[in-house]
Write a protein that binds this ligand. Sequence first.
Ligand code: KIV
Ligand code: NA
Length: 275
Amino acid sequence: MKTKSDFLKMKETNEPIVMLTAYDFPSAKLAEGAGVDMILVGDSLGMVVLGYDSTIPVTMEDMIHHTKAVRRGAPNTFIVTDMPFMSYHLSKEDALRNAKRLMQEANTNAVKVEGADEVVDIIRALTKAGVPVVAHLGLTPQSVGVLGGYKVQGKDAESARKLLNDAKLCEQAGAIALVLECVPKQLAAEITKQLTIPTIGIGAGDDVDGQVLVYHDVLGYGVERVPKFVKKYANIQETIHHAISSYVAEVKLRQFPESAHMFTMKEEALVALYG
Ligand code: KIV
Ligand code: NA
């Protein structure tokens, strides 16, 4: 399994870090099999697998449940688990207790928290306690209500300056990596240049140390509309729709099952049974 030092080395040697989300056993197994460097059990699971319309309803129990399944599917991949909404804001103690559960019960390798300001102290406390932390700046979906929608962040000089400063504070507090979501590519490039830790972008351009995308977006699986920064590498939902429709039609028409799918008794047994 790759570690924090490997990711640092990848930044130094300019080898892109590939991160993908996964939420269950098969997605984790496929991600590991395809050679992703890091798996994120994102709280995006609230939307893509649980059907909520934001990440706000996601709970610690959800994150533990899904991380356990991901770990079983990807025993040899570095896993980062999102700390869900309000699981690291009430107090330092609460944040530590929740991170402890993700590491001990779910066997994750690191946790991810959104934002700076008060969260910087939480990053420091978790790091001091031995919990590797990935920071997340730019568009931070847990604050969507405060940000006023899913919008690009850091477009003007003032907010760009704050973002760059926040990134440095996260690094100083001990973050092992930084996710940058929906920020202009020039700003992401500057942050990447000024930080020692790797930056992992989603909608942050090509001058970052790695990329992360949501599993379902990459596969075109159960998602209607995808953001501008997504590249759909497949259209799995079309394949699934076709397969299930064929199953429905064949059962209705009594074309399935065919003899190849059936179990039969030997002739003697039938005679003994019915005479
Ligand atoms: O929850 C998630 O999938 C994320 C990524 C989009 C970075 O936080
Ligand atoms: Na997330």
